[in-house]
Design a protein around this ligand. Structure first.
Ligand SMILES: C[S@@+](CC[C@H](N)C(=O)[O-])C[C@H]1O[C@@H](n2cnc3c(N)ncnc32)[C@H](O)[C@@H]1O
Length: 221
């Protein structure tokens, strides 16, 4: 069954209204088309081939991952930004499995403990308001032994590149929907008590953007 939406509900999980980024949502959808054609679709596909069973994606954005859930049984996605949700709702039929869409943030995932076999986050831990809370929530909703799969850009290892990232970060954050350049999600997975935390660099062609290096990996709850 392709892309059947069987649940779209209002966001009852947030006390504050979630900030909308309409310009970024339109720009990001186009950017994903370009980066996917340049090879990023293959990176997404390789990671998501490992997403099995009952899968949750956090911060699904404009749905770039949806076509790649070929080994999942069913998919739930959470996304808090109304502008991203507007685009996402039009693209749910790209998924090869049924999709449940929940307008909610990663810091308050509206699912009970231990429901999911796999949690996916791609290019989202840079943008969540509270990294540790988001990662703790991912662990909470995973079954014991379940896996988080991730692709994230992280702070540069060299001090010089890191200083550049820190300098441009305030402007970058405003332009790119709250994205921070210097986060360390691997350390956050370890702090949250995930085991078997493994990450490797994603090797792409020339990448002039300061949002690098990009890593892909997994960790076990
Ligand atoms: C750069 S986009 C990445 C979208 C998608 N994951 C992808 O791989 O293309 C970052 C996404 O994180 C979402 N986001 C921001 N804050 C969030 C939060 N607190 N919880 C969940 N998602 C959030 C944004 O709305 C946006 O959709």
């Amino acid at each position: 069954m392709r892309g059947r939406t069987f649940g779209v509900m209002a966001d009852a999980t947030t006390a504050r209204p979630v900030r909308s980024h309409p310009v970024f949502a339109v720009f990001y959808r186009r950017l994903c088309d370009v980066t996917d054609r340049a090879g990023f679709a293959k990176v997404r596909a390789a990671l998501l081939a490992e997403a099995t069973g009952n899968v949750l994606e956090i911060g699904a954005g404009t749905g770039g991952n949806l076509p790649h859930y070929v080994n999942a049984d069913r998919l739930s996605v959470v996304e808090p930004d109304p502008a991203m949700l507007k685009v996402l709702r039009t693209r749910l039929d790209r998924a090869p499995v049924p999709v449940e869409l929940m307008p909610a943030p990663a810091e308050r995932i509206p699912y009970a403990d231990g429901q999911f076999d796999t949690v996916v986050c791609t290019l989202v831990l840079c943008s969540v308001a509270d990294l540790d809370k988001a990662v703790a929530e991912a662990k909470r909703v995973l079954k014991p032994g379940g896996k988080v799969l991730f692709i994230e850009h992280v702070g540069a290892p060299s001090a010089k590149a890191r200083r550049t990232q820190q300098r441009i970060e305030p402007v970058w954050k405003r332009l790119f929907g709250g994205c921070l350049l210097t986060r360390d999600p691997v350390a956050a997975f370890e702090r949250a008590g995930f085991t078997e935390v493994a990450a490797e660099d994603v090797v792409l062609g020339r990448n002039p953007a300061p949002a690098k290096p990009i890593i892909r990996g997994s960790a076990r709850a």
